[in-house]
Design a protein around this ligand. Structure first.
Ligand SMILES: NC(=O)c1ccc[n+]([C@@H]2O[C@H](COP(=O)([O-])OP(=O)(O)OC[C@H]3O[C@@H](n4cnc5c(N)ncnc54)[C@H](OP(=O)(O)O)[C@@H]3O)[C@@H](O)[C@H]2O)c1
Length: 282
């Protein structure tokens, strides 16, 4: 596999790069997905036959006021990457989100369930999915959820990292208890995405951690895994008044592939890895 990773400095991108030492890792500064000419130059230059598109505008709340910026990356950017992959005959592995669903359904969403995003982020990602499928029908679109992992000091910490930081700062930890997701270890997702890249699977597939959890439960398991004692106060969504609407039920399942290992097991492994890499426990 001659792989190219776009959005390589992000959480998932950096896990893919760790697992694919021969891959070409391109950050936003090197090749922005908004620049079709740059993509059309990079693919043949690096002779890539697989492209992992990890580039995304992921700021769910900020997207409500920055619709154009979100669509530029999540829709137009995805379209550009798909165009370049089609032009240069590369397999595209694109990533999307559980936020393409409304969350009104009872039970986890599978691939064929009806989409209905609530906010700008989910709508822009869904538009990206549609454009990718239109231009590159053999592309694989991996929907995932609630990523965690990576090493310390990233500029955009994931939810468990924010909980740890806030606990260390002695802040009150009021966490939403009426929205559910599949917490997903980025390293596990990266491994699965690499395996799927070599398979015949195309279209949409759900790849998430095994098990569904409310955010307050994820916060509690995180603190326990890192040996931190702090109280988590469960609160309803209505009390936190976040700018973006989010699915109440954000849980995914799959009829097309296996879910990853149970998320608490993956989270404990991540905590151990962080401990071993010299990260100070808060
Ligand atoms: N994180 C989650 O909980 C989650 C949940 C569901 C789905 N997903 C999806 O999973 C994928 C990977 O997410 P992630 O958590 O790894 O995201 P991330 O850590 O925010 O990384 C995204 C990367 O994309 C880069 N980027 C932004 N605009 C770009 C552009 N125009 N051109 C090229 N690169 C650009 C960012 O660079 P800068 O840092 O310079 O902005 C960043 O390095 C995304 O498709 C995301 O929508 C994530």
């Amino acid at each position: 596999m001659k792989a190219l990773v776009l959005g390589a400095a992000g959480l998932l991108g950096s896990e893919l790069v760790k697992l694919l030492p021969d891959a070409v890792a391109l950050t936003r500064e090197q090749v922005p997905v908004t620049d079709l000419a740059a993509l059309n130059g990079a693919l043949p230059h690096y002779e890539a036959n697989v492209v992992f598109n990890c580039a995304a505008y992921n700021a769910v709340d900020a997207a409500e006021g920055q619709q154009e910026a979100a669509y530029q990356v999540n829709a137009q950017g995805a379209f550009n990457v798909a165009l370049a992959c089609a032009e240069h005959n590369a397999r595209l592995i694109h990533f999307s989100t559980n936020f393409v669903f409304s969350g009104a359904q009872e039970g986890a969403y599978v691939e064929k369930d009806e989409v209905g995003p609530l906010g700008v982020y989910g709508k822009s990602k869904l538009e990206g999915e549609k454009l990718v499928a239109m231009v590159a029908p053999r592309a694989l679109i991996i929907r995932t959820a609630a990523l965690f992992g990576g090493s310390a000091g990233r500029t955009r910490p994931s939810f468990p990292e924010r909980i740890l930081e806030r606990a260390a700062a002695g802040e009150r930890l009021r966490v939403v208890s009426d929205q559910t997701v599949n917490p997903t270890y980025a390293a596990d997702l990266a491994r699965a995405a690499i395996a799927l890249a070599s398979s015949d699977l195309d279209g949409v597939v759900h790849v998430v951690g095994g098990g569904c959890s409310a955010w307050d439960e994820l916060a509690r398991v995180t603190l326990a895994a890192f040996g931190v004692t702090a109280a988590i106060e469960p609160v309803p969504t209505s009390e936190l008044a976040a700018p973006a609407p989010r699915p109440r039920n954000g849980c995914l399942a799959s009829t097309r592939t296996q879910l990853l290992r149970p998320w608490p097991e993956a989270l404990r492994e991540w905590a151990l890895t962080r401990g071993q890499s010299g990260t100070k426990k808060p």
